[in-house]
Design a protein around this ligand. Structure first.
Ligand code: 3PG
Length: 210
């Protein structure tokens, strides 16, 4: 089950790729570094092709699509090989389309009303976005109390400095973040530096979750 894999990996790297040719070396870094997962965001023209490359070259890697705003993008992502869909907000059309296609989806939520909407749509896991500006771990702790079965993937403003605290709270399935796949480092092809950041992040997951 997809969500068990998220929990095991602990951190979902949020990737923004400008060039599809960076997809393979970045996927290699992620797999070697211990975070065999990528949310490839539909913010750049390279997203679809990058998902295709990662899914083909690293079949055991958990490759999904992020910043998915329309049902049409869901279809394109799935055709490219995406195994999960993430969106910044909760668009019922996008969520229903994913559920119809049997593809795991984690829409962004921030308020109790949005979380209840997610529950009503049948979801058990939501993204909490943007995590730090929206109140961070304290907010998740407060809001998680009434929704006993709901798990969270906080994303936005998370870094090696604060990820430990998030991972230590049991309602948090995994954290999303871009700090270990920094766009500038990817664009400059600094794979060794990226590998160090990915390993450091994977190490934190081990430290906190064993
Ligand atoms: C994003 O929208 O780019 C993701 O939420 C990642 O946020 P981050 O760059 O703060 O990790």
């Amino acid at each position: 089950m997809m969500f068990d894999e998220f929990e095991k990996i602990g951190i979902i790297p949020v990737v923004v790729l400008d060039k599809p040719e960076d997809a393979k070396p970045l996927a290699k870094v992620l797999c070697e570094g211990g975070l065999p997962c990528a949310e490839v965001t539909f913010r750049t023209a390279a997203a679809e092709e990058s998902i295709k490359i990662m899914a083909k070259e690293f079949p055991n890697m958990l490759v999904g699509a992020g910043t998915v705003l329309t049902p049409e993008q869901v279809d394109r992502a799935v055709t490219a090989g995406a195994k999960f869909i993430v969106s910044p907000g909760l668009n019922p059309k996008v969520v229903k389309h994913c559920l119809d296609k049997n593809i795991p989806v984690t829409p962004g939520t921030q308020t109790p009303s949005e979380m209840e909407q997610a529950l009503e749509l049948g979801l058990k896991v939501v993204k909490f976005f943007p995590a730090e500006p929206a109140g961070g771990l304290n907010m998740i702790k407060a809001v998680a109390a009434p929704y006993v079965d709901l798990k969270f993937i906080p994303t936005g403003g998370i870094s090696a400095k604060n990820v430990r605290d998030y991972l230590g709270f049991k309602k948090i399935l995994a954290c999303g973040g871009s700090w270990m796949v920094k766009k500038d480092l990817v664009n400059e092809g600094k794979w060794d530096e990226l590998l160090k950041l990915v390993k450091e992040a994977a190490e934190i997951v081990k430290e906190v979750r064993g």
